[in-house]
Write a protein that binds this ligand. Structure first.
Ligand SMILES: *[C@@H]1O[C@H](CO)[C@@H](O)[C@H](O)[C@H]1NC(C)=O
Ligand SMILES: *[C@@H]1O[C@H](CO)[C@@H](O)[C@H](O)[C@H]1NC(C)=O
Ligand SMILES: *[C@@H]1O[C@H](CO)[C@@H](O)[C@H](O)[C@H]1NC(C)=O
Ligand SMILES: *[C@@H]1O[C@H](CO)[C@@H](O)[C@H](O)[C@H]1NC(C)=O
Ligand SMILES: *[C@@H]1O[C@H](CO)[C@@H](O)[C@H](O)[C@H]1NC(C)=O
Ligand SMILES: *[C@@H]1O[C@H](CO)[C@@H](O)[C@H](O)[C@H]1NC(C)=O
Ligand SMILES: *[C@@H]1O[C@H](CO)[C@@H](O)[C@H](O)[C@H]1NC(C)=O
Ligand SMILES: *[C@@H]1O[C@H](CO)[C@@H](O)[C@H](O)[C@H]1NC(C)=O
Ligand SMILES: *[C@@H]1O[C@H](CO)[C@@H](O)[C@H](O)[C@H]1NC(C)=O
Length: 890
């Protein structure tokens, strides 16, 4: 019953069985929060959220909502309507289907519409630049943007990345990332995204989206949703590592946690106008993310009013017809369940499904409309250039259709798109470096130290060069990005060794460095005569398709790699002025270093990108005053987070069950609730100056009352202009095919034969309501992109004053936290932040807008936001545990 037959409708049956099977009857998605569950919640463990149990259900929700040009999508909708209205069925299908893995130039490419001179759409990784291309920039990782707490820098990096994609002919940049959010610090891809806090992530995510799309490039919000670990995300991959799983893992979470935590930043992204969304590899409550009608039809397209297309992660699709009904709009890279097998769930199968009536014409129209509306939403037709690079080779000449060796031609024009982005990257690198410890103003260094020494493999170059390992799948040399598909080639990589040496030499000092972490005798001897010993240590992570040192994407531990702990201990044992610099994908355990008196300063520099060395030297020598803050908690030990990766299959049927028992209590919320003292708390970061907080005022803006959305959609529009006769949909005469390509045409006038599916038409099991194109009710929390506009009304404005009490100009990030006051709510939650630059002795006034959503809670019964009748406290300060100002929202 659980096996996934490759046949589309068999897959449909399986998926729907999962959709409708209720294993637990305990606080599932969308169902009322039963009070039995509440009792369990309270008695068992105060942080066990209802609905986080294994084998629960994801209720069926059909039909799939059609785009109507809601909100600021109206003009794009009208333009798309004009375009799609001219298309034949095959042309529409071409827009929805990738041509196949490595058969065209981009990592994903749709079909084209030659009749209208519309070239294929190019989809390209990654969230930090362009993967698989030359003469591009390697920007800072998402985790570094998060550490800046700076919306302007998120926009600037988005615009920089967008312009590079534009210049290479990319239509969709596959990013930014808000899933993983960061449920566990070990999560392999957390660094591609921002922070485990939904507000910090949501706001920087939205600004990155605006930045990318300002350059006429479509974004693709990844990975939707509850994709919080690498282990067990895909069956063949896990099988390859020796895990006998039968389906991807299921992330099991309740409706409140979904809304108040994981869905939150996606709502911000969609409200910011994001063009497309990528469904993830995992299952959510027992149903595959790319055919989960609850998360796609109901939450994303219904409640969040998303108007663009849902695109699969690569091989993340598991069926044709049933996925289409569940809300999937584009299959990438077009192949069915393995690369280059020549078959697709879409392509000709989608044409067939329309002809045999299992997919209504309005639905395929909607798929094409969503894709073209996204295109016009960002004005992608402005200055659209040809695709001028190949992902599969850096050579100038090679095959256009690389994998199948057809079409020898010039595939790389080597267009240099880097502009002056190096300066921005250097700036973001220093603006994201967090100063954690600085005893007696050890930093900044003067540059006049007679002997400066640098230690650690992480300070120098990789012997393989900066791009020597495929997809950066190794941890050699200084770490400036993680590994996997979320990467780009470095145009150069400035090492800390180079940049620090440059500064020392300019000041006439002596300089020595040792990169071999294991040469402890030489290290100790050098450290003993050093005036300032700067030690570099790292911790890496990435995507599961590569394992590094036994780490299958997710980290196995939160300690340093490459034997760095012994190296740091050796330096600190011999030099009483040891400065520790950490390049890491996330939290590492630092308690021992914090307490070591010889370690006089600690900096977290994250994954800063190509200018890494310059960025850290700017901080070390005070050319830039650090102003970054931790975007997560650094705990004393791994257990203190209360969440961890599921490293072993826990299910008899081979469907790993990841139960989000902690509900919305992750990261600092867990440390707060369980009274755990962290080494360095969420939001913490020092400066070379000092700040004082005063004068908190709460202003009530007397906003009007909440208005639940009450409307209906229109009936599904359709622009069908094609015949239902299979003979009109076969390959054109004399058409030359590219091998393994997915085309929209039929091989045969016999649909069964054309499909080639041994189980063709074998099941008439069909989701109830899937074909219903009549007007549909809209969720109360819906009505516009991002959800009901009324939840974004500003109810309060909180003001505070910050003074620079030191002697140098510096950046401070005042943070606002609030308590919603309910018995199951977090002790406090971040709801506002602002990065300010303040001159010595000057003061700045900051104000935070508190929206209705900020103080609301999700009602599973009403399926809407509501404000609890509780006292709501607010605090303002410099970190989650240093909050000198407080007030009450009244
Ligand atoms: C259509 O889909 C079925 C089920 O996955 C598959 O067996 C078949 O090969 C596909 N046909 C084409 C032409 O891709
Ligand atoms: C659950 O709550 C409802 C409504 O508040 C109440 O009528 C019912 O008795 C409760 N059931 C249990 C088992 O506590
Ligand atoms: C679909 O796209 C392919 C690849 O770009 C192209 O060869 C073909 O002509 C397109 N079909 C239609 C109907 O436009
Ligand atoms: C199109 O590109 C040219 C050359 O790069 C530029 O000068 C022009 O401003 C661009 N037009 C728009 C509308 O962006
Ligand atoms: C900091 O400096 C003061 C004054 O020079 C000195 O007394 C103190 O021991 C120093 N603290 C540390 C931890 O080095
Ligand atoms: C943690 O993992 C890294 C990378 O695999 C490894 O080098 C290191 O030895 C591990 N640390 C411990 C304490 O096992
Ligand atoms: C600190 O460094 C000095 C050398 O400067 C060394 O003698 C001492 O043992 C070190 N202390 C610790 C705790 O490692
Ligand atoms: C893998 O698991 C499945 C289902 O639990 C079981 O039927 C099969 O025998 C297992 N295969 C191996 C090689 O252990
Ligand atoms: C309709 O076509 C689809 C795609 O080939 C196929 O999966 C499905 O079995 C067909 N259904 C019927 C009832 O013919």
């Amino acid at each position: 019953m659980r096996s996934f037959a490759s046949a589309a409708l068999l897959a449909a049956t399986t998926a729907l069985a999962q959709d409708s099977q209720d294993f637990s009857n305990r606080g599932n998605f969308g169902s009322p929060f039963p009070n039995t569950t509440y009792n369990e919640y309270v008695n068992d463990n105060p942080v066990v959220a209802a609905g986080s149990n294994g084998h629960q259900m994801s209720p069926p929700k059909y039909p799939s909502p059609w785009t109507e040009g809601l909100g600021d999508w109206k003009e794009a909708y009208d333009q798309a309507r004009e375009f799609v209205g001219q298309l034949t069925l095959e042309e529409k299908v071409n827009l929805t289907t990738g041509t196949g893995w490595q058969v065209d130039r981009c990592v994903g490419q749709t079909g084209s519409i030659p009749r209208l001179g519309f070239r294929a759409m190019c989809l390209q990784d990654s969230p930090l630049g362009i993967r698989y291309a030359d003469l591009v920039s390697a920007f800072a990782s998402g985790v570094n943007l998060a550490a800046t707490w700076d919306r302007g820098l998120a926009f600037a990096q988005g615009a920089g990345m967008g312009s590079e994609h534009k210049g290479k002919g990319v239509d969709f940049q596959l990013g930014p990332v808000a899933g993983p959010l960061g449920r566990t610090p070990e999560g392999g891809r957390n660094w591609e995204g921002f922070s485990p806090d939904p507000v910090l992530t949501g706001q920087l995510f939205a600004q990155t989206i605006r930045g990318i799309q300002s350059q006429n490039v479509m974004t693709n919000l990844k990975h939707y949703i509850a994709y919080e670990q690498e282990h067990f995300r895909q069956v063949p991959e896990a099988n390859g590592f020796g895990y006998n799983i039968t389906e991807p893992s299921s992330s099991n979470l309740d409706d409140v946690t979904m809304h108040e935590l994981y869905l939150w930043p996606f709502a911000d992204g969609i409200r910011a106008g994001a063009a497309s969304v990528m469904c993830s590899y995992n299952q959510i409550n027992g149903s595959q993310a790319c055919q989960n009608s609850y998360t796609l039809n109901y939450l994303l397209k219904g409640e969040l009013g998303f108007q663009g297309p849902v695109i699969t992660d690569w091989l993340g699709g598991h069926s044709g017809v049933s996925s289409v009904h569940a809300g999937l709009d584009m299959l990438m890279p077009g192949d069915s369940d393995s690369y280059n097998n020549g078959y697709s769930y879409f392509g000709s199968n989608l044409t067939i499904a329309v002809l045999n009536g299992t997919v209504p014409a309005w639905r395929v129209d909607d798929m094409a409309m969503r894709i073209m509306a996204a295109y016009y939403k960002v004005d992608a037709d402005t200055n659209r250039t040809d695709i001028n690079f190949s992902s599969w080779t850096k050579d100038t000449y090679n095959y256009e259709h690389y994998y199948v060796g057809q079409g020898w031609t010039k595939v790389n024009d080597h267009v240099n798109v880097r502009a002056d982005h190096g300066a921005l990257i250097r700036h973001i690198g220093s603006a994201s470096t967090v100063l954690l410890k600085n005893v007696n103003n050890t930093l900044p260094l003067s540059g006049k130290e007679p002997l400066t020494t640098v230690f650690g493999e992480d300070a120098g170059p990789s012997p393989h060069g900066p791009n020597g390992c495929d997809d950066h799948g190794c941890d050699d040399g200084t770490l400036a990005m993680g590994w996997g598909s979320g990467t780009a080639d470095f145009p150069y990589l400035v090492t800390p060794d180079t940049a620090i040496q440059n500064t020392v030499l300019q000041n006439g000092g002596s300089y020595e460095s040792i990169f071999d972490n294991y040469d402890l005798d030489t290290i100790g001897a050098l450290a003993r005569r050093s005036n300032a010993s700067i030690v570099f240590a790292n911790s890496d992570a990435g995507e599961t398709f590569i394992q590094v040192d036994g780490n299958l994407g997710d980290r196995n531990n939160l300690t340093f790699w490459q034997g760095a702990d012994d190296m740091v201990a050796t330096v600190a044992g011999n030099c009483s002025n040891t400065i520790l610099v950490v390049h890491s994908v996330g939290p590492v355990l630092l308690e021992e270093y914090k307490n070591n008196p010889n370690i006089t300063a600690i900096l977290w520099a994250g994954l800063p990108g190509q200018e890494s060395g310059n960025s850290i030297a700017d901080i070390l020598y005070g050319r830039v005053n650090p102003g970054a803050k931790l975007p997560w908690t650094i705990g004393k030990k791994r257990e203190d987070w209360g969440t961890d990766i599921l490293y072993n299959d826990n299910d008899d049927a081979g469907v790993p069950q990841i139960n989000y028992k902690e509900g919305n209590i992750i990261d600092y919320r867990a440390f707060d609730l369980h009274n755990k003292t962290p080494t360095y708390e969420f939001g913490f970061g020092l400066s070379y100056t000092t700040f004082e907080y005063s004068d908190l005022k709460v202003e009530n803006l007397n906003a009007s009352a909440y208005v639940p959305f009450m409307g209906h959609t229109t009936a599904a529009p359709t622009f069908r202009n094609f015949s239902m006769d299979p003979a009109d949909h076969t390959f054109p005469a004399n058409f030359t095919r590219v091998n393994l390509y997915h085309y929209p045409w039929l091989n045969s006038t016999n649909l069964t034969e054309a499909s080639g599916d041994p189980n063709y038409g074998s099941s008439d099991f069909f989701p109830e309501g899937a074909l219903n194109g009549s007007a549909q009710p809209v969720p109360k929390a819906g009505g516009a992109p991002g959800g009901n506009p009324s939840i974004y009304d500003v109810l309060y404005r909180v003001h505070a004053t910050i003074q620079n009490t030191g002697s140098v100009v510096g950046d401070e990030v005042p943070q606002l936290y609030l308590s919603r006051g309910g018995p199951y709510d977090p002790v406090k939650e971040l709801r506002g932040f602002e990065r300010l630059s303040i001159a010595p002795n000057m003061t700045a006034r900051v104000s935070f807008d508190i929206t209705r959503r900020d103080i609301a809670s999700w009602s599973t019964v009403e399926q809407d936001w509501y404000v609890q009748n509780t006292t709501k406290h607010v605090w303002v300060g410099s970190s989650s545990r240093n909050l000198p100002l407080s007030g009450v929202l009244a």
